[in-house]
Design a protein around this ligand. Structure first.
Ligand code: NAD
Length: 489
């Protein structure tokens, strides 16, 4: 096991807070332990920030705002590109830190790094374009006036992120926030602060003006809540659970600040009888077991057309039992541990509830012997539609399967959820694929493809999964205000 990894990563850098261009200790002087989920061993401790640190960070960001706002898009683009190059240069150590702290297999961690680089490069491009497109004249029915619409940065932005894709969820917020001209205070998850602090060190290195970028580590209660409540914060961009998202929205409402929320999901993969079965098995397994199922976009409900249900279920059972679960640094490992003890216990409670609610446990459910938060890939069939495992986000490697007879029934079942983040459709019939995609109440639909996400597109969902969208021009707009200036001509 790679418990020495922080030392091997050598350059980590700092476990301090980053405020106003300096690494510093928290006012309270406390610390939080960081654990390797594969071994349950303590690997580092980071600063436990609190409201006093939030105050310092927000004031620094507020002081830096007018200067940063008035830089050109081209100048901000240069910083973003420098961050992308910095991440690329430390690709290996960043991936290793992710595997160490989050538990994901190294190959998956490497995919995350590629995503981070692509996101910073993409928003560098958009930042550069702002010099041309940030202000536009509008045609109005008056010869006596001239109307201009401008896009301006919202102000100080609070970025609050979870632990399942550390660095990726951060990049999706940080890159557009900086591109727009916002100054930021980032609050990483207390579960996975190490990769985030490494990313912070890279951002710190590119020489942004002091106060433009600040990081305060700590718990949700001690850092996230005061950050959300702070009157100088203009915008909160939050990714995490629906329960905490609701709390964030309520707190933000007290000062009428803008919120973007990326929350939970309970998404379906619909497999029709004409599907390529090999492809279907790959897509179902990927959608359920990638990142040990700790994905907001997990397609953890399979809806399979009854005529091929038996064949698909047999293939899925075979795939799940053959998956190699273990140390994320071992070559060939396909699934690591869950990221925290709390998540490990939560997933086990769901598995017990599934059994109690009458779902049939086909494979998995057991916990391998030894240390680490490992759970075997688990499949339930004949799952009651009112059971917790069918309706609630589990956030672990637990797949639930039901069959359907008609296309309308599959659509109805897929849409029968409080969430609406993503969906996957597997069929050889392109017309049907489009028809079903049109009918699904989800923010992203993949047809016959794995869960590829390009920064140029969009991310977010319907119903209780999201408010607003990340990525693409939408992700930039989330950090902008719109100003109309009308003058006499
Ligand atoms: P969480 O809601 O427990 O925590 C998320 C972040 O919020 C953490 O940094 C936490 O410290 C902070 N926080 C906690 N209480 C807070 C409060 N009162 N005020 C402000 N901040 C507070 O979520 P998690 O367990 O870290 O992550 C898992 C959840 O994230 C899942 O529900 C998953 O679906 C969701 N998620 C969604 C997306 C998406 O794009 N929709 C992506 C990744 C994860």
């Amino acid at each position: 096991m790679n418990t020495q990894m922080p030392l091997r990563c050598g350059e980590l850098l700092s476990t301090q807070l980053y405020i106003d261009g300096c690494w510093c200790n928290s006012e309270g002087g406390g610390s939080l332990p960081v654990v390797n989920p594969s071994t349950e061993e303590f690997i580092a401790e980071v600063q436990a920030g609190d409201a006093r640190d939030v105050e310092r960070a927000v004031q620094a960001a507020a002081r830096a705002f007018s200067g940063w706002k008035n830089t050109t898009g081209a100048a901000r683009a240069a910083y973003l590109r420098a961050i992308a190059r910095g991440v690329e240069a430390r690709r290996e150590s960043l991936a290793a830190l992710q595997s160490l702290n989050n538990g994901k297999p190294l190959a998956e961690a490497e995919i995350d790094i590629g995503d981070v680089v692509a996101t910073f490069d993409y928003y560098a491009e958009l930042a550069g374009q702002l010099d041309e497109t940030g202000e536009a004249e509008v045609v109005i029915p008056s010869a006596d006036h001239r109307a201009v619409i401008r896009r301006e940065p919202a102000g100080v932005a609070a970025l609050i992120v979870p632990w399942n894709f550390p660095m990726v969820t951060t990049a999706w917020k940080l890159a557009p926030a900086l591109a727009s001209g916002c100054t930021v205070v980032l609050k990483p998850s207390e579960v996975t602060p190490l990769p985030e602090l490494q990313l912070a060190a890279i951002v710190a290195e590119v020489g942004l003006p002091p106060g433009v970028f600040n990081v305060v580590t700590g718990t949700g209660a001690d850092v996230g809540a005061p950050l959300t409540a702070h009157p100088r914060v203009a915008k909160v961009s939050f990714t995490g659970s629906t329960a905490v998202g609701e709390q964030v929205m309520k707190t933000a409402a007290e000062t009428i600040k803008g919120v973007s929320l990326e929350l939970g999901g309970k998404s379906s993969i619909v497999v029709f009888a004409d599907a390529d079965l090999d492809l279907a098995v790959d897509l179902v397994a990927g959608g359920a077991f990638f990142n040990a199922g700790q994905m907001c976009s997990a397609t953890s409900r399979v809806l399979v057309e009854r005529t091929i249900a038996e064949a698909l279920i047999a293939r899925l059972a075979e795939r799940a039992t053959q998956m190699v679960v273990g140390d994320p640094f071992s070559p060939g490992v396909q699934m690591g541990p869950l990221t925290s003890r709390a998540q490990f216990e939560r997933v086990q409670r769901f598995i017990e509830r599934g059994k109690a609610d009458g779902a049939r446990l086909l494979v998995g459910g057991e916990v391998p012997a030894g240390p680490g938060y490992f759970v075997k890939p688990t499949i339930f069939v004949d799952v009651p539609t009112d059971s917790a495992v069918w309706r609630e986000e589990i956030f672990g490697p637990v797949l639930c399967v039901r069959s359907f007879d008609a296309e309308e029934d599959a659509i109805e079942a897929a849409n029968d959820t409080d969430f609406g983040l993503v969906a996957t459709v597997v069929t050889r019939d392109a017309v049907r694929g489009k028809r079903v995609a049109d009918a699904l109440a989800a923010g992203v639909v993949w047809i016959n493809t794995p869960q590829l996400i390009f920064p140029q597109t969009s991310w977010g969902g319907y119903k209780q999964s999201s408010i607003g969208r990340e990525l693409g021009p939408f992700g930039l707009a989330a950090f902008q205000e719109i100003k109309q200036v009308l003058t006499v001509s």
